[in-house]
Design a protein around this ligand. Structure first.
Ligand SMILES: Nc1ncnc2c1ncn2[C@@H]1O[C@H](COP(=O)(O)OP(=O)(O)O)[C@@H](O)[C@H]1O
Ligand SMILES: [Mg+2]
Length: 346
């Protein structure tokens, strides 16, 4: 597993992707839903960032903003995104078209259904290559398609097949071949293994890792399964209600999570070695148009106290490269024992 530069994550100067205070709002009748609220992180070349959070926490919104694929009622309400030295949010459509796939590529959520059902897989890869690059040598293209299929663990003969002739895992691989056809510097994979069985999930993650290593690309892996994300990532960012509430190197996050929500996500991973009581996360994710005041996690937080309802917590660096937005710090140096009285049955 690559550990590329995770320890220098804060080194924005060398980063391939820097996201600063990115905010995305959906304009709704009830007011703006802040689906991404001042999201910040830096990604080094080759780094694997896992972005985790419950459904509705804003992960796909961030992915779509980074691809500049948001459509109304979504709008970018602020922030700066620098991709390989270029300000992404101000690129015009033509530059964007060039940047997509070549610099930054998305394996979209539900990607398997994004394949065109009436077109052979190979033709779809050729289309992607042609749409995003000029002057490719036509004679080379079938060789390139075969190479791409091999790079995702598929037989080149799959080029002749239609999507309905492939299993779910094979379709996901075909989508990965399309997404990486121009050797992007950053790959965003949005829940690439949901809807696949556990064995296939693991194989797909291994393929993604190999593909990334081969390309030297950085990856943002989006998911809601802490076990899967932790196995893959160098760095973990935890999203709650549109905000990154904690981010840091994977070991520190798993062994010493600082945010109560991170702790609850880790406790919700089922153990395999010993039987343990599964702990759910109490309550439901909040509605974004009507967020709880200040720390939006406070109604579900076993540790909440007065200040959490009156002052919005700022991000603080609590350990090397580990940032958290929580009022327990800096008073505490680690997350205290979970208060027993607030345990909620799973
Ligand atoms: N088209 C839309 N109109 C209004 N709100 C939306 C729309 N799409 C998403 N949202 C809001 O944005 C939030 C984040 O959605 P999303 O980024 O898809 O979350 P995730 O990928 O973490 O499940 C949702 O909770 C929802 O409130
Ligand atoms: Mg999503």
């Amino acid at each position: 597993m690559a550990t590329a530069n995770a320890s220098s994550r804060s080194g924005a100067a060398t980063a391939v992707l820097t996201v600063e205070d990115l905010s995305v709002h959906y304009d709704t009748h009830a007011g703006p839903a802040k689906a991404a609220d001042r999201v910040s992180f830096a990604l080094q070349p080759g780094e694997r960032l896992g972005l985790i959070g419950e459904s509705g926490s804003g992960k796909t919104t961030v992915a779509m903003a980074l691809m500049r694929l948001l459509r109304p009622p979504a709008r970018i309400a602020g922030g700066k995104v620098t991709l390989d030295g270029r300000e992404l949010l101000s690129l015009n459509e033509e530059d964007l078209r060039q940047a997509r796939l070549r610099d930054i590529a998305l394996v979209p959520q539900g990607a398997m259904s994004s394949l065109n059902p009436v077109m052979r897989v190979g033709d779809q890869i050729v289309d992607a290559i042609r749409a995003h690059s000029r002057g490719d040598n036509r004679n080379d293209i079938s060789g390139r398609v075969a190479e791409l299929l091999r790079s995702v663990g598929l037989d080149p003969a799959v080029a002749q097949r239609y999507p309905h002739e492939l299993s779910g895992g094979m379709k996901q691989r075909a989508v990965m071949a399309i997404s990486t056809c121009l050797a992007p510097k950053v790959i965003i994979a949005d829940e690439p293994t949901s809807a696949l069985d556990v064995v296939v999930q693991r194989q797909i993650m291994q393929t993604l890792g190999r593909l990334q290593d081969g390309l030297g690309a950085a990856v943002v892996l989006i998911g809601h399964d802490m076990g899967l994300i932790a196995q893959f990532s160098d760095t973990i960012g935890v999203m709650y209600a549109g905000k990154i509430v904690e981010i840091g190197p994977v070991r520190q996050i798993i062994e010493a999570p600082k945010h109560p929500y991170t702790r609850l996500l880790i406790d919700s991973i089922p153990g395999i070695k010993k039987k343990q009581k599964l702990r759910g996360i109490p309550g439901l994710p909040p509605r974004l148009v009507n967020l709880p005041e200040c720390c939006s996690f406070h109604p579900r937080c076993p540790y909440a106290f007065g200040e959490c309802k009156t002052v919005t917590p700022r991000q603080q660096e609590v350990a090397p490269d580990q940032r958290v937005a929580c009022h327990l710090y800096p008073e505490h140096d680690r997350l205290p024992e979970r208060p027993a009285a607030t345990e909620v049955p799973a």
